[in-house]
Design a protein around this ligand. Structure first.
Ligand code: PHE
Ligand code: ZN
Length: 851
């Protein structure tokens, strides 16, 4: 139902709850449409809080009965919750409610997916299960009883009783309601064990639907590796006798860290060589780690309120990126993270949805699970670590866990542990949490030959936004190294700490003017403007000892070449191509790293750069320039690529490890280019011989792009018809590989396929996420892409507001484009906004985007 007056919640209004919850007992009698939930909750006044208003959240619940201390009462019920008079002393609240899991298509609260029951309570889903103070600062110990005719009945904590159609669970760790979970169904377990550092034996289970047993082994290994890593690196041990993971097919997000019972989107946990790509394996490993790491950064220490979301998410993303770096290649992980940050977070931070890492207001918290809170939140932690150093970071984290274990904490608490361990004043650093917008960092150089002094002058500027109209200078850790004319490093990496709007740093005692490698490792999430000459960039591309900046030099040259093609129609830069070819042939470099070198800035990245430099991006021109550049790369590198392909093609049995997947990344990047100049034979051969999904899907993509994919596409469908996750790839790839003028039609046609189950978020995203990220297709001048997406968002919103609202961000960059496109988009935005029953989620997103 549309809220007549959408309510805005402010951080500054925070008030603690007037009651404490000593314990919670819940009993579920499961039934698809009429599940009964009985609650017995021990409340007591929190005397530290003045207000004693007793309000329990509750939505979409049918209240059957309520009692206080055994006496029936009649509370005052609204569609948001209830209130009633309560005794002064401690009391027992009891209620029985009825809910409809099968009718719950929003996938929030208790719902059904493929015949099983499961829950999703973060952020505010528990209130759809029973009446409760559904806020993260109210923590309690839960005992859960489940009755229902299902072989597997799971909840948080440790099992205390299991019987036929009956189970009881007890979680000894006080937790907020958003970490509650329940699962029931006909599931099979892939089981293992882990002994913790202090010798606790933990049972590990990965529960899946029958038929998916063969896709569990990798996830389980990733879980054990995560448990070990968190002990080794952060000293964090697991704290229950059992750890369960459940895979569900219908899930709005990637996964959820419920205490002792993580629930995963099946796409984020199920893996096998035949059905999953190398990228899938890497992502699954990272998500398993992420959710497991939340056990300490999220569960043992949780958030006081949802404004503090980055406290757990920024830190946990940072921790999972450290884990991936340790398991795989740090350079490759850093570059991939920066590509992702620029693609998603920069777009958000430079458009109408910009918000600080710690927002100060929101209407619907589900709309704030964003790249800014997650990825920029993690960057902020990386900067803090760079500024204080590794040892101080480790000490601060130890103090954080010691001081705040069991707390619902804030960003102030987090920064205080750093201040207390290092003696630093972090007042200015805190602006990273309160200011929106991507800072611009301009670098100019001066060389004093007489003194051998090289000076870098840095100027920072954050463009103002609605969220932050008057940004102030930030603390920027800027890692810099200097390189000599011969490519040798003359000054190794050091961190310049910038705190003013403009600041100079001088390096003395140099024999000759160096080339500056600035912002090594992407040490701060800024847009860098450093006027290096092409020769200097070529030198960095050939010699920079910092792998990130070496890659970045190549990327900047690529971007400049592409921009010249787009705006002046010039041919791709031959010098850049020559230098790139040398890097590709350098067998001392990891194959995965060379594969990244073969990438080009995305269409969206180019559109953004054009817009930033005062041009109106033309999606068709961008597309043509990228195609021309790829053709030129293919022609120039043909023999090199052929050699690379033959030398690095993996013949050993498939392993999803970094080494093999790096080789496949390189050979498949080569294949994509080679297919342009050599025709489809090599791709067809790879397709026919493939015994794993990475090889099969890469070959299929190359064939589709070359216009030779019809046969393989049909074979693929016949082979994988019954595999939901593989079919998501089949749907998505057809859209992403379509020609710009066909993308919307292809998507539209796919929505008529019998397997287009649009209520499944993975399937919906396979088609429409691919359309929205097909820049030239989505923004095709016909406007068909806009209209089709709008049609389907209108259709999905009443069924699943969360997924609808997230997908609205496809329109967030609309003001960058020409008047005709803006008008078409505005028409569609208004058409969606005019839906009579638009959800709070979607209406908040659209009104922010539309402005
Ligand atoms: N907390 C989850 C994570 O980051 C994300 C999530 C949020 C999942 C809301 C579902 C709903 O790991
Ligand atoms: Zn998380």
């Amino acid at each position: 139902m549309r809220d007549a007056t959408p309510q805005t919640i402010y951080l500054s209004d925070y008030q603690p709850f007037g009651f404490l919850v000593d314990e919670v007992a819940l009993t579920f009698d499961l039934d698809p449409h009429k599940t009964r939930v009985r609650s017995r909750i021990a409340f007591r006044r929190n005397l530290a809080v003045e207000s004693a208003e007793f309000f329990l959240h509750g939505e979409q619940l049918t209240l059957i009965s309520a009692q206080i201390d055994g006496k029936p009462i009649t509370p005052e019920v609204t569609d948001r919750g209830l209130t009633c008079d309560v005794p002064d002393g401690p009391f027992i609240w009891e209620a029985e409610v009825e809910i409809d899991p099968k009718g719950n298509t929003a996938l929030e609260g208790l719902y059904m997916s493929g015949g099983m029951y499961c829950t999703q309570c973060e952020a505010e889903g528990f209130r759809k299960i029973t009446y409760y103070p559904d806020r993260p600062d109210v923590m309690s110990v839960f005992t859960v009883t489940i009755n229902g005719p299902h072989p597997v009945l799971l909840s948080n904590g440790n099992p205390v009783a299991q019987g036929q159609n009956h189970a009881e669970w007890h979680d000894p760790w006080p937790k907020p309601a958003y970490l509650f979970a329940l699962v029931a169904g006909d599931l099979v377990a892939h089981s293992d064990r882990f002994s913790t550092m202090s010798g606790r034996e933990v049972d590990l289970n990965l529960y899946v639907r029958p038929g998916d047993e063969g896709k569990c082994a990798f996830g389980m290994e990733a879980l054990k590796a995560s448990m070990k890593w968190d002990e080794d690196v952060y000293g964090r041990e697991y704290d229950l006798d059992i750890f369960n993971i459940v895979a569900v097919d219908d899930f709005n997000m990637g996964a959820m860290e419920n205490k002792g019972l993580n629930i995963f989107n099946s796409a984020a946990v199920l893996a096998s060589p035949e059905t999953s790509t190398d990228d899938n394996f890497e992502r699954i490993e990272a998500i398993i780690a992420h959710e497991y790491f939340h056990n300490w950064t999220g569960n043992r220490i949780t958030c006081r309120d949802w404004f503090q979301l980055c406290l757990k998410e920024g830190l946990t993303v940072y921790r999972d990126s450290q884990f991936t770096s340790d398991m795989r290649s740090p350079a490759v992980k850093r570059i991939s993270d920066v590509i992702d940050l620029r693609g998603r977070q920069f777009a958000e931070d430079q458009g109408p949805l910009a918000h600080p890492v710690r927002p100060e207001s929101f209407q619907e918290i589900n709309n704030f699970y964003t790249a800014t809170i997650y990825e920029k939140g993690a960057e902020v932690i990386g900067m803090l670590k760079t500024l204080v150093g590794d040892d101080a970071y480790a000490k601060a984290l130890d103090l954080y866990f010691e001081r705040h274990d069991g707390d619902a904490a804030t960003i102030e608490d987090w920064l205080k542990v750093f201040e207390d361990t290092t003696g630093r004043d972090l007042t200015q650093f805190k602006r990273w949490y309160s200011q929106a917008g991507t800072p611009r960092l301009a670098v100019t150089e001066a060389w004093d030959a007489g003194k051998g002094a090289f000076t870098l002058t840095l100027t920072q500027h954050t463009p103002p936004s609605t969220a932050t109209p008057k940004p102030e200078p930030l603390v920027l850790p800027i890692t810099v190294g200097l390189i000599g004319e011969d490519g040798a490093e003359v000054v190794p990496s050091r961190v310049l700490e910038m705190t003013e709007a403009k600041q100079s740093f001088t390096f003395d005692g140099l024999d000759a003017r160096p080339v500056a490698s600035v912002l090594r490792g992407f040490s701060a999430p800024v847009v860098l403007a450093h006027d290096l000459s092409k020769q200097e960039r070529l030198l960095l591309l050939a010699h920079d000892s910092d792998p990130f900046n070496r890659w970045e030099a190549g990327r900047t040259l690529a971007r400049q070449s592409l921009l010249a093609t787009i705006t002046e129609g010039s041919a791709p830069d031959a010098e850049w191509l020559g230098a790139l070819q040398a890097v590709l042939s350098d067998e001392a470099l990891e194959p995965a790293y060379r594969a990244l070198m073969l990438g080009l800035p995305s269409h969206a990245d180019l559109a953004n750069t054009l817009y930033d430099t005062g041009n109106t991006p033309d999606p068709a021109a961008i597309h043509d320039a990228v195609e021309a550049t790829r053709d030129a790369m293919a022609q120039a590198f043909a023999s090199t690529l052929s050699g690379l392909y033959d030398r690095h093609v993996v013949n050993a049995p498939y392993q999803p490890n970094a080494e093999q997947s790096g080789k496949r990344a390189l050979t498949n990047a080569a294949l994509a280019l080679l297919t342009r100049v050599q025709g489809p034979e090599r791709a067809q051969a790879q397709y026919d011989q493939a015994d794993n999904m990475t090889q099969q899907l890469s070959a299929l993509a190359a064939l589709l792009r070359a216009g030779h994919g019809d046969k393989a596409l049909a074979e693929f469908e016949a082979q994988w018809r019954d595999d939901r996750l593989v079919m998501d790839k089949w749907f998505g790839l057809q859209v992403s590989q379509a020609a710009p003028e066909q993308a919307a039609e292809v998507a539209q046609k796919l929505t008529q396929h019998t397997n287009f189950n649009w209520k499944n978020p993975n399937r919906f995203r396979a088609v429409f996420g691919s359309l929205a990220t097909h820049h030239a297709g989505f923004h095709h001048e016909s406007g068909k892409g806009y209209a089709l997406l709008a049609d389907w968002l209108i259709k999905l919103d009443p069924v699943n507001p969360q997924t609808t609202a997230r997908m609205c961000s496809a329109f967030q960059t609309w003001r960058r484009y020409d008047a005709a496109r803006q008008e078409m988009i505005q028409t569609q935005l208004d058409r969606i906004l005019a839906s009579p029953t638009l959800s709070r989620d979607t209406s908040e997103m659209l009104s922010r985007i539309r402005g």
